[in-house]
Design a protein. Sequence first.
Length: 174
Amino acid sequence: MCRLKFVDGFTLLELVILLLVIGIIAMAVLVGQPSLGPIRVMAASNKLKSDIRFAQNYALSTQKRTRVSFDRALNLYNLYWEQSLGNWVNITNPTTKQDFTVNLNQGDYLGVTISSVDFGGTDNSLVFNAGEVPYGYTSGGASSVLVSNGTVVLSGGQTKTVTVLPQTGKVSVQ
């Protein structure tokens, strides 16, 4: 009859070798992980590009002016539509059914900040009219057609620039 022999435990040498092997594997995994900063900046810039296009399409489909307003201090942006002259109302995000606000430097975008915003106006806002033409916005309600590229620069591990072209409103990321 064949009997199996069970060992009651490990020797100290076997335990030390096992811990050493686990430590080497853990270090190899950690060292091989890329930094998430550049990935998060790319994700945030693609999200912003998509949201600017959404605002542009919203203006066209509703025949109302829309606005993408940036707050550099709080690292966020909001989307609005103009209910009446100078009366801006939050656009409802179709995914979350909440106000269309995107907070950077938290969650999926942790470490991403808005470095600069330039749409030619004084209010850090981009406005689209019903014909999808991009404007810079000034707090008093005045807006001026973009005559040069409008830009938003996002930073965090790397820098990405979201650019809006004048007249066409085409959005790109560099």
